[in-house]
Structures are given as C-alpha cells and as structure tokens.
Write a protein that binds this ligand. Sequence first.
Ligand code: FAD
Length: 647
Amino acid sequence: MNLCPRFRFPLCPTYRPSLVAIFLVASRSYNKNIAAPQSATTPTLSLSYRGFLMALSASQIEQQRKEAEELLFSGPQKLGFAKGLFLGLFNAPLLFPYPRLKPEEVATTQAALEQVRQFCETSIDAAGIDRDARIPDSVIQGLGRLGVLGMTAPTEFGGRNFSQLAYTKVMEIIGGHCASTAVFVNAHHSIGIRALLLFGTKEQQAKWLPPLVDGSKLAAFALTEEQAGSDAGNVQTTATPTEDGKGFLLNGSKRWITNGGIADVLTVMARTPGLAGGANKKKEITAFLVTPDMPGFKVVNARMPKNSIRGTATGQLAFENMFVPKENVLWQVGKGLRIALTVLDFGRTTFGASCTGVAKACVAAASKHVKQRVQFEQPLAEFELVKQKIAWMAAHTFAMEATTAQCASFIDRGFEDFMLETAMLKVWSTDALWRIVNDTMQLLGGKSFFLDQPYERWMRDARLNLVGEGANDVLRAFIAMYGIKPVADQLLKVYNAAFNPLKEFGTLLNFGGSQIAARLRVPDVPVRSNRLRPMARELATRVRDFSLAVQAQVIKHKEGILFRQYVQERIADAACELYAASCTLSRLDSLLSGTANGNAAEIERDAQIGLYFLKLANRRVKQCLVALQDNDDADTTQTADAVLSRY
Ligand SMILES: Cc1cc2nc3c(=O)[nH]c(=O)nc-3n(C[C@H](O)[C@H](O)[C@H](O)COP(=O)(O)OP(=O)(O)OC[C@H]3O[C@@H](n4cnc5c(N)ncnc54)[C@H](O)[C@@H]3O)c2cc1C
C-alpha cells in the first residue's frame, strides 16, 4: 500500500502520467470485455470508438493504464465527498458543520491575520512590485519574520504549526493585496517545502527545513520542462546512478520554475529509468533535493520577463552532469510523480484562497465605483446590467471562500480522498475569478485600463491561474474521469453478473432495486435552517439527476467516454457546481442556524448572496445536463477540423 509516509493518506494525483491512462484506469473494467489486440500497433479498443484513438498503440495504452493504476489507485480508496456525488450520494458529515478554526487557534490566527494585513498595507507595494518585476528583499524578510514562510510547518522546525484552514485565511489576505507575493509564497511554502514536510525523512527535515521555514533560505519546486507541461509524466531530465553507488548524475533542463533562479533548495523531478521496477521502467521519476551550489547546476535565466505576476522570479534551469548524493532522494526512487501530484494538491488549496482575496477586492472596488459614478443622471448601480454583475461577483466570491475552507478542512482532518475536491476548487475558482476581474474592468470602464489603477494588473495576474498548477482543460477531463471511475466499476459488476445470472442473481436484483430507488429517491441533504430547506431539496434533486446522467453517459459511450472531452467537460462543470453549492449550503446553514457570530444585518446580506449563488449553480447544473443531450458537438469538431486544415 502506497501511503504518504508522514500523514498516512493516499497520494493524490492532479495531473497524471498521461490523461489517457487515467481514463483507461477509470474504465479498465470495460477493456476486459473487448477483443484482444490484433497487433502491437493496433488499438485494443472496440470499433465503436477506434476513431478517437489516433496515435495510441495497444502497448502504449496498456502501459499508460498500468502507470495510472500504480500512481492513482494503489492507496486506500475511501469515498470522498465529490466522488460520492457521482454515485448520487450526499455525504453530509464530510461538509457539515461548516469548518471553523479550533477554539485554541482563534486568537493566534486573528493576531497573525492582523499582522499580515498591516504588513501588506505598510510594506508591500503591489504596483511597484509589478512595475519593477521584483519582490524586494525587505518583503521576503518581513514575511519570514511574520512566520508566513513556514506557517504550517511543525514548531520543532521553527514553524508556526498553523492548520491549513488558518493558513488559507493568511493567503487570502496576501492574494488580495499582491498576486506576485502570493505566488511567491505559494511556490516556497505550499509546493516548495511541502515535499520535504510530507515526504522527507527525519534527518532530511532536520537538515533542510529550519532555514527554509524561517525564510532565510528559499524553496522551489521544479517539475515543468519543454516536453513536460500538462503531460507531467513526460519528464526528460535524467538521473543516472553513479558507479560508486554514492548518488546520481542529473542531466536536463527545467523551465518556468517560480523562484527557480533564486531558491536555495529545489525539489527537482528527474527520470531514473528501471531503478524501482515500476510499471513503466522508462518513465520512473524520482524527486531530488538540489542546491544551486552543486557543480553542473546552471541558472539559464533567473527572471524570464512575463506579462503577469511579474514580481516573481520565474526561472529556466539546466543540469549538466550535476552530482546529487543519494541522501537527497525524497521518499523513494521512482515515487517522484506521486510526490509532485500530492504537493500540487496542497498548492491548489491556497490558490483558492488567493483567488478569494482578489475576488473580495474586486467586489469592494466595483461596488464603491458603481455607487459613485453617475451616467445618464443616475449612479451606475441603478442599472440592471450593473446589478447583475455585482450580484454574480459577490455570489461567486462567497462560494469561493466556502469551497476553499472545505478543502482546507479536508487536509486538517486528515481525510484520505480530497484530490477531486482540490482539482474542482482550482478549476472552478480560477474560472470564476477570471469572470469577476473581467466584470470589474467592465464596470470601471476606461478607468480600468490605466496604470495608476490596480484593475488591469488584477486581470493580468488572474490569467495565470487558469494555466498554472494544472491547466483547467486538463483538470476538467481529470475531474470527470476520476469521478466516473466508481460509477464505471459499479456498472461493470452488473455487466459481469448479467453473464452469470443464476449465480449473480443477488447482484442483479440489488442493481435493479437501486436503479428504481435512484429514480424515485433523492439523497438527504440535512440542514438545520428551515429557510434553507427548499434549496437543500433542489440540490438533492440535482445530485440525483447528475448521477443518473453520468450513469447514462457511461452506458451510452462505454469506453469511448475516455475520448469524449465534450461530455467530460459538462460532467466536470456540473460536478464543480454541485460541490461549490454543497460547500455554500454548509456555510449558509452555519450562518442561519445561529452558530456563527456576527451582526444580524451582515448575516442577512450574506444569506441573500449565498442563496443567490445556490440558485445560479442549480440552474447551471440543469443546463450542463441538458447539453449532454442537446448540443452541437459534431459541428464543433467539423468546424475545428475545417479551421485546422487551413493552417
Ligand atoms: C508564471 C508561471 C509559473 C510557473 N511555475 C512553475 C513552478 O514553480 N514549477 C513547475 O514545475 N511549473 C511551473 N509552471 C509551469 C505550469 O505548471 C505549466 O505551464 C502548466 O502545467 C501547463 O503546461 P504547459 O504550459 O506546458 O501547457 P501545455 O501542456 O502545452 O497545454 C497548453 C494547453 O493545451 C490544452 N491541453 C493540453 N493538454 C490537454 C488535454 N489532455 N486535453 C485538453 N486540452 C489540453 C489546454 O488548453 C492547455 O492550457 C509555471 C508556469 C507559469 C506560466
């Protein structure tokens, strides 16, 4: 069983060794029923969807399937909340009651939030950082002094031992103030030292963590290369064992690494072919702790000029016969991709927090502006199309905060399965923020284009979120297929039973019963507030409709669903809406059932905002499910092919 050595939860994928591999694992059961390959280069899959396969051979598919199984499904697979949605379940105890800071951490967290807020206001000049394309040393040192650079690290290493929930609140403030600083902190803390915190041995942690935790040294996480972007498993940097057995020689390059050229310790992913005896010997990847003083380490470009989060140092690196001692291997040889995927799960939670910070800033700025600016003899705030934008922005900001808090709480509670939820948070919140900054610019009109205002910077900075830490399109496909897996497994059991009806009569009977029940019953969505009952009932109905729709799509497309990204997108979008709505309902229930402190008028305003989000999400889920039947997919493909053939 492959468990994270420190926290004992399964290793969480977010990218994949190959997306196809995840799809294949998700539906591996179906493949058993498909004709054997005709040759090594002939796809093993049925004629019905052979057309989608294009370049993949039977052996490539099988290889990717093995890799994905080894990577994604070898740990214990307890049903997480989001996966349950695909099965028509609403696992309320995972989301209710809404997560709050533990009483013993409230005072420390409040004090830290106040310190960070003040530091941002007095010492972080976001516009200056953007203009100079550099975060001043004084900012980095200040963040170190405040403990931000090692906030969740245990106190034995000098950290502040903050919960993930408390840390996301800190990141919300930093993200709302300066995106460059937030990405810098994320690269150092959420992904940079995270690998050491989760996977380092006691000796490695004692040696490396203290200066990283206090911020006197900086960390980076180096996975991306020219051939390994979304296809993270395609790392080409090699690590060859030295003959004396003392270590490895690394050769290759990395690009677009945040802090890459300024970090003192980097977690670097490299191939160690055939050393761990995994499913694909060629593609075994190992994580190494690397320092820039190692001979052969080259900073090709420490600060690649770029259009957004310009203050971060995004580096290009090269390794030429760089010796790395074997003591610097993290966890085990061959486990690098698992480390990478787990670490990115943590990064995505703080991504959600940073997005929430920016979204709050947008709502406040746009609201103030539309109340003051008069056109056609009225404040802009009086126009319906303005109100529509303000309401949308506020509703999604409220839901974003709730969704981030739930993901952080999964980590704090040591849950085993939250990979789907962090992927959903990343996709959903970054897409929502993109629209929020776009609407903010629209409401600010011409004013938003000028560099004396922050709005165009907010927009530039928000664009990175849709690509960094996993491109949203790729994550959508992952969300759909990873969520579909348990549904496919369940259907396969029934499929197999149908061939042996006498022996498997019980399975068939149970399935028949559950199918009838699924159509008649909706899951229980328990809320304490009477006011929320109608929306809870709506949500429950959408969960039921969604799971039935997923099942119907799996039955309709069978293994072909692996290649149906139009279908996957709708399933993923509906799933994200359901998850965000569930988190929002939990937050609202806490607000309206009297467990949250606060001023009654503020609570009422939040209730209005949250309920409005539930309505929007409910409608969008319906639209996604309708579009599964009524769409222009064939025309889309034909049109794209027509365009592509022109170039
Ligand atoms: C400013 C910045 C900082 C970064 N910091 C780091 C860092 O610190 N460490 C690190 O390791 N990396 C870092 N990265 C790299 C980042 O993680 C990658 O850019 C990201 O993973 C996407 O890879 P790519 O850019 O090569 O896009 P590609 O893989 O080329 O994808 C481009 C687009 O193609 C489409 N696409 C790709 N695959 C599929 C598919 N299967 N299905 C449908 N559509 C698809 C999507 O629209 C996608 O957006 C950083 C990048 C940037 C821009």
